[in-house]
Design a protein around this ligand. Structure first.
Ligand code: AMP
Length: 210
């Protein structure tokens, strides 16, 4: 199964992609995660991407298209994959179409006010990458991961000013993908405001053969 999860930052694509990855034993591929790990290892790709990410801007198409081309060639993608955060622009969608056919495109939707609340409260374990939210899924001990005891950190781009820029970039560059995939792929939508388990159940009905 080859699946794209579309939707604004903070809607829960990563959380759902993790659940789908476990359920179907196919890799979740997040360009955001790949870029952050490149930044952490201070690779030349990471250095190229860092300023864009910190400014809440999209990384240039040719960079992320290159990343995806390489990643999709790996053997673990043979049975399928879940794309989280790619494509984000029309040129990326066109490039993907040339790389491989896609089975499902699902749009997780959510209003802007809720997205800001979700993004601002989001924290990630610096050791095991488990995600928390300071209000909705807070850890037992403040700023400490329940699973591994690592420090919880806030992503630099989850600060209010950068969030606003990321949402503008989403409106300007990513939203046009909704009509693109309505025409290309019978885009399906799910209410991203629902509880995580309910969103997941809806996703399963959409990707299961009827
Ligand atoms: P994410 O973790 O998906 O929210 O991505 C974090 C940041 O990485 C984004 O705000 C962009 O700066 C960059 N990024 C991730 N995926 C892409 C993409 N497909 N195209 C361009 N930039 C991306």
């Amino acid at each position: 199964m080859k699946l794209i999860l579309l939707g604004p930052p903070g809607v829960g694509k990563g959380t759902q992609a993790n659940l789908l990855e476990k359920k179907f034993q196919i890799p979740k591929i997040s360009t955001g995660d790949i870029l952050r790990s490149e930044i952490q290892s201070q690779s030349s790709l990471g250095q190229k991407a860092q300023q864009f990410i910190n400014d809440g801007k999209l990384v240039p198409d040719e960079v992320v298209i290159g990343i995806i081309k390489n990643r999709l060639q790996k053997s673990d993608c043979r049975q399928g994959f879940i794309l989280d955060g790619f494509p984000r622009t029309l040129p990326q969608a066109e490039a993907l179409k040339k790389i491989t056919p896609i089975d499902h495109v699902i749009y997780l939707k959510c209003g802007e006010e809720e997205l800001i609340k979700r993004l601002e409260g989001r924290r990630t374990c610096s050791r095991c990458a488990k995600m928390y939210h300071i209000i909705f899924t807070s850890p037992k001990k403040e700023s400490v991961c329940d699973e591994c005891g690592g420090d919880l950190v806030q992503r630099k781009d989850d600060h209010r000013q950068t969030i606003a820029k990321r949402l503008q970039e989403y409106d300007r560059l990513t939203k046009p993908l909704l009509s693109y995939y309505k025409t290309e792929k019978n885009l399906k939508s799910v209410d991203g405001l629902a509880a995580v388990e309910d969103v997941f159940k809806r996703l399963l009905t959409m990707v299961s053969p009827s």
